[in-house]
Design a protein around this ligand. Structure first.
Ligand SMILES: Nc1nc2c(ncn2[C@@H]2O[C@H](COP(=O)(O)OP(=O)(O)OP(=O)(O)O)[C@@H](O)[C@H]2O)c(=O)[nH]1
Length: 518
């Protein structure tokens, strides 16, 4: 009789067709490991089982024969085959062949390896008891999950989860105390991996895979160990089973399991293939299987948990956390809105002349630059009007600076009311104003200047001691069509120059820029 690799849930997936190549270990670490005498070694019976498994047609009798040479291992395999984990109500097995047949190749391998690896004992080093507890919780969890998500790999995943942390044993053998100082808190697995990355340039998963490869374990087992740390995603069910299995083990062994499981539930929300109900069913199965399996592995059984109450508490904690999170998000959103409002207020202030509320000089120049480039590219008209109120010093001197301010404010609001929506009126400085007029030819700009003068004539900008105070303005206009302007500031200078022409001509008037003839 040959051992059928596909007939039992645990004997399949031995030959994964496409096993990804292992990432290489950092070379200095590989050299040291290769020369380290105290690395965990494979028990002779397990080595023989592996050798046989790599043959073309592994025969059940050969496996049984290899194992029978190790009576202690034979006894334990029989116990395992008759345990609740594998017996499932079937008759008790009495021979090594029957045990191997029931367990399948992967579980036989797992058992052979695990019984030969370092056991919890009085040594004052790593907390091996905890490592083994974690290993069996992970192995049972991986197997449970795999039965639903990728049944053909259930056996492989049991074995891979069981030995996924052998890299820790290897690094412990390599560096002793200095490694133990990194691994002092085995409950913080992510923290340990990060510390290993810093110290060795890789974590114990890669070291474990290297060790598995050096024991000639099947490639897919070594690859699974290498992949045992990483994000939880639906698209790789085998990696998901393994990665989730060690998280479940960490939660089970955590000081506050409810808090740990609630954070695991949060991660499950991202998954389609595993939810809180599946987790609860898994914990229930573990609750029944852990005591006999712990006895088989000769370790103290992990603390019992009330899986139902625990999942309920974890759900409530998650709910409370979500509530707090959404409250925090809402208040952050409010703060953001206030910040945005004050930012746009600030933006507005940055662009505005504080006395008149019109655009200020920097903003006028920035806008004109934009309009200038756009008008030139699109060959569209553009005009600029420079307005200087006449004899403003005299007005200030006569009526006071505050009075002058009020005149400026009134003129600004009158100007704003007269220009088109698409125009921009601004205060260029002191008693000087600028109007930018996109899509406006010189004649249209001239018409607006005329209306401004008429308005100033028609209505006084203020009253002093009951008397109306009229102000006149000198207005210069420059339009793109007046000359070959090369930049926006030339247009302002041209309008300014035209305005000065009015001043020199006696003030209160309008002039267009005329290019000087040389
Ligand atoms: N009230 C007030 N006056 C200002 C403000 N900014 C500038 N001025 C005054 O405007 C006056 C400008 O004087 P000048 O440059 O000599 O020009 P002008 O008196 O208007 O004479 P012409 O431009 O030649 O018609 C100065 O007295 C400035 O103090 C302001 O914000 N408020």
């Amino acid at each position: 009789m040959t051992l059928d690799r596909t007939s039992t849930p645990s004997s399949d997936a031995v030959s994964a067709p496409t096993t990804p190549a292992l990432a290489p270990l950092p070379s200095a670490l590989a050299d040291r490991l290769a020369e380290c005498p105290g690395l965990p070694s494979l028990p002779a019976a397990a080595a023989e089982v592996i050798r046989l498994a790599q043959g073309d047609e592994p025969r059940l009798a050969d496996f049984a024969h290899a194992i029978e040479r190790d009576p202690a291992l034979t006894l334990r395999l029989l116990s395992l085959a008759n345990s609740a984990l594998y017996a499932r109500g079937d008759a008790r097995v009495a021979t090594c062949s029957e045990a191997v047949s029931r367990l399948g190749l992967d579980a036989t391998l797992a058992a052979a390896m695990s019984f030969g690896l370092p056991r919890p004992g009085p040594r004052e080093n790593l907390d091996l008891e905890r490592l083994w507890q974690r290993a069996i919780i992970a192995a049972l969890s991986a197997q449970h999950l795999a039965r639903r998500l990728c049944p053909q790999a259930a056996g492989t995943l049991f074995t891979a989860a069981l030995i996924q942390d052998i890299g820790i044993l290897a690094l412990d053998a390599l560096d002793g105390d200095s490694y133990r100082s990194l691994a002092h808190d085995l409950g913080d697995h992510d923290g340990l991996c990060m510390a290993e990355q810093r110290y060795y340039g890789c974590d114990h998963a890669l070291v474990g895979a290297w060790l598995a490869a050096s024991w000639q374990l099947p490639d897919h087992l070594a690859a699974a160990i290498a992949e045992s740390h990483g994000p939880l995603t639906d698209d790789a069910p085998q990696a998901l089973c393994l990665r989730l299995s060690c998280r479940i083990a960490d939660c089970w062994l955590a000081e506050d399991p409810a808090a740990a499981f609630s954070s695991l539930l949060r991660q499950l929300l991202e998954l389609d293939s595993v939810d809180a109900n599946r987790l609860e069913a898994l914990l229930q199965e573990l609750h029944g299987l852990l005591p006999p399996v712990a006895r088989l592995f000769e370790i103290t059984c992990p603390p019992d948990i009330d899986h139902h109450a625990l999942v309920q508490e974890a759900k409530q904690l998650l709910f409370a956390q979500n509530l707090r999170l959404s409250q925090r998000l809402a208040s952050q959103q409010r703060e953001l809105e206030i910040l945005q409002a004050s930012h746009s207020d600030l933006d507005e202030q940055r662009r505005t002349d504080h006395l008149t509320g019109l655009a200020n000089r920097p903003w006028l120049e920035a806008l004109l630059e934009l309009h200038f480039d756009k008008a030139r590219t699109a060959r569209q008209p553009l005009s600029v009007m420079f307005i200087d109120l006449d004899r403003f010093k005299r007005l200030n001197d006569r009526h006071g600076h505050r009075f002058g301010d009020r005149v400026l404010i009134h003129f600004a609001s009158a100007l704003k009311a007269m220009v088109r929506e698409s125009d921009v009126a601004g205060r260029y400085g002191g008693e000087e104003f600028l109007v930018l007029m996109p899509q406006t030819r010189r004649c249209q700009a001239g018409a607006l200047a005329g209306r401004i003068r008429e308005a100033l004539l028609a209505a006084p900008l203020a009253h002093a001691e009951g008397e109306p105070v009229h102000v006149t303005a000198s207005i210069g206009i420059a339009s793109l069509e007046d000359a070959a302007f090369t930049c926006h500031s030339e247009l302002i200078d041209a309008a300014d120059q035209a305005m000065y022409g009015v001043k020199h001509g006696g003030r209160d008037g309008v002039r267009h820029f005329v290019e000087p003839e040389y």
